[in-house]
Design a protein around this ligand. Sequence first.
Ligand code: FUB
Ligand code: ZN
Length: 599
Amino acid sequence: MRLGGQGPLGSWQQRNADATIDHLISNLESSGVLDNFRRVIGESGAGYRGFVFADSDLYKTIEAVAWEISRSGTSRWDSWLDQVIELVARVQEPSGYVMTWIQGLHPEKRFAELEWTHEMYVLGHMIQAAVALDRAAGRDDLLTLARAFADLVDRRFGPGREDGICGHPEIETALVELYRHTAERRYLVLAERMIDLRGHGLLKVGGLGASYFQDHTPVRESQHAVGHAVRQLYLNAGVTDVHLETGEQALLDAMHVQWDSAHDRKMYLTGAFGSRHRDEAFGDDYELPSDRAYAETCASIADVHWAWRMLLAGDAPARYAETIERELHNALAAAVGEDGTTFFYANPLQLRPDRFSEENAPRERQPWYSCACCPPNLARLFAQMSAYVATSTERELALHLHADAEIDVPEHLGGGTLAVSTRYPDDGAVHLSYDGAAPLRLAVRIPSWSSRSTLDGDPVQPDADGYLRLELSGSRTLALDLTPRWTRAHHRVDALRGARAIEVGPRVYCVEQVDLPDGVALDDVMVAEGAPLTIRSDSGSPQVSLQGTVRSPSSAGLYARPEHPSTSGDDRTVDVVAIPFASWGNRGSTAMRVWLPVI
Ligand code: FUB
Ligand code: ZN
């Protein structure tokens, strides 16, 4: 499976390889992540730098390199891998333990403050990197180290031993993958045990409350996505993984309840999560402020992981694929600058002109953060993205994401190559061609927003599950409907009442100050209900043009009696251009908004 360069997914992968990975590697050095390892073995005199979980930045970067090796076969980073894996090996204790914050700074806290120390979180990332490297490059040196650490955790916290869970879920999904990779069932048992133990108040919660760590209620009884958003979503990925391996229905039932909570009541239009800066947390149902959205990049990545596992669980693949698509083309696309070396940590849907920069929520993308979880997380996701495009069953090949790609068709479905040629979502035409001897049984997802889809010009309707089934031989062209559309929010979302957003295909659009005439403030621009939207695709991603109204605020001040007019009466029209949210903030620090007030 190879992504091509005509569409964004393939271009993001190329940018990741050309710019992002080297940028990460140089920041691992300058931010002290590698020195943290060296100081444990006396090879650096520098003090510990970064957050307690800084080791995970290295492991995520190794994972990104691993998936890039599997994509392109590059050996460009082989000697870097040799060096850093050898460094980790020297830092690792004979017991298997390796975690530089504990070893170098707080040995007394080893496994003693699991709510904060992130030891198992770091191990989770180490495992994921190690499995990726063995799969991608056939090198198992990191895997040997990761297994030694995992075995230590198993000896200490495995069945019949001490009860312990990590304050930050992540190890659960990693352990299931380690089980899949090694066929050692005890890793699956350990993952399941950690899920069973959660929700019984094992963590000493301090002022945050147990829900911050999802330790307030047993997983199988949980009703709401709550607390720290990344933790909840990684946990859900792990729970779904355990269900996929054990088949336990109660876990999947709980995940359906969680899914509805997170996606039907707490997800931003852009596929972002976490409406509170405080505790980096989910808000209440329908609490979705655009300007104060925290919307951490890692939360959308975690949700991609979870959604993919829900898709594999089999019940409603189109729903999960469409969610992944929303996240990739909006929140996650916007989280990286065109340069591939600057990143957003928080992804609000509105930037006011005078909004100050906060830590983790700056006005502009930054090359790095003191809490640097997001940049390497993006890199590993982009490097791995081809894995999310298609699946196969005994019966058919299912195309979940529309992406320029070449897909190796499994032998039992006829072998050969399915070529998907498309500029989607810049263009709705998806050309499918298959070179096998017999027709390929293909299921292609038709997105819910595509109201008039055609195949070779003839109207088509998907089956009830959202997939169009065809027997493909030779070439055919599916055309998805990219007519721009208005979107409203549920009436309970107070922050969005009286506002509309523009969407085109899977993309959410926004308006930036830089596209408005001089003297027009973005926050004074309003739109008429149902105003006509015109797509313009001169070059690059299509823009949407429309007519708006510039409202001159009345002199009544911030609050006034309802009968007092809110405008000074000299409203005027203005030409408005909307661009994909994915590319906002690439032309300087300018005001931006997704939701436009209706006049
Ligand atoms: O705690 C590890 C990571 O740091 C979390 O996932 C992010 O939200 C950030 O707090
Ligand atoms: Zn993050």
